[in-house]
Unconditional design. Structure first.
Length: 256
């Protein structure tokens, strides 16, 4: 029996048999790990509520034949406690978990920067110190950047000519100059693209000064960009489950 230890965030839980659960975690050193937590659904479980989505935990596993098995858990941060009573922060948190899950396809593939990004976003959402929608969009932009999909915001996505450019096209890769602009491109306000650039680079004073209209428009562009890339990624992987869940469904409704 081989043991290993890591810290991770619980992304998702699924029922397994009568009393067990499969816990999907994003860990610091082992990337995404799916492991069995035995007896976790019994009232007397020694794991208690520590293995719920949003839990940031220190875990010991042993390597099983098919799935690894959780043997010890300690809570580092219970981010869920700060989220459950605020619908906007909760749904933003669910979107962080689901996106992290969908961006890490392979078990054990290192995802240290994404792990730091997820814990940072959940901490900001749980503390409520920043606008939830800005925290989510900053997370999504940076997570896409790690995946190599960051939208072009200041230069043309096609020819690289410096902007800002008044058009945005998701399949083209972001902002596009008037010469490269494909038909059907969006025409976001210049302020919106500046907001997205500020979120990508962590310039919070600029981001928090943005108007409500720019925030709304920016969220729409980020969501469209993410959706397009995730769908392409899923199409390229025939074994991945095709049916996309709505973002808010990241948490297993059945906690029984
Ligand atoms: Zn161009």
């Amino acid at each position: 029996m081989s043991l290993y230890r890591d810290t991770g965030v619980v992304l998702r839980v699924q029922k397994l048999g009568e009393a067990d659960r499969i816990i999907t975690m994003l860990t610091r050193r082992h990337g995404k790990v799916r492991a069995v937590a035995k007896g976790v659904r019994r009232m007397t479980s020694r794991f208690g509520a520590r293995l719920e989505p949003f839990g940031h935990v220190d875990v010991q596993f042993y390597t099983g034949r098919t799935l690894d098995v959780v043997t010890q858990v300690q809570t580092l941060d219970a981010f869920g406690v700060g989220l459950v009573n605020d619908y906007q922060r909760y749904t933003a948190g669910c979107a962080v978990l689901e996106t992290a899950d969908r961006l890490t396809l392979e078990q054990g593939e290192p995802a240290f920067r994404l792990y730091l990004l997820v814990t940072g976003a959940l901490r900001a959402l749980a503390e409520g110190s920043r606008d939830a929608s800005l925290v989510l969009d900053a997370f999504l932009l940076r997570a896409m950047s790690f995946a190599g999909w960051a939208p072009a915001l200041t230069e043309c996505a096609r020819c690289g000519v410096p902007g800002p450019h008044p058009a945005f096209n998701v399949p083209a890769g972001g902002s596009v100059c008037p010469r490269c602009r494909p038909p059907g491109s969006a025409s976001p306000a210049e302020e919106t693209l500046s907001l997205l650039a500020a979120l990508l680079h962590g310039e919070w004073s600029v981001a928090e000064a943005a108007s409500a209209g720019a925030r709304r428009e920016g969220s729409g562009l980020v969501a469209a960009h993410l959706q397009w890339h995730l769908e392409r990624q899923l199409r390229s992987l025939p074994l991945v489950e095709r049916r996309a869940k709505p973002l808010a469904a990241a948490v297993d409704k059945d906690n029984g």
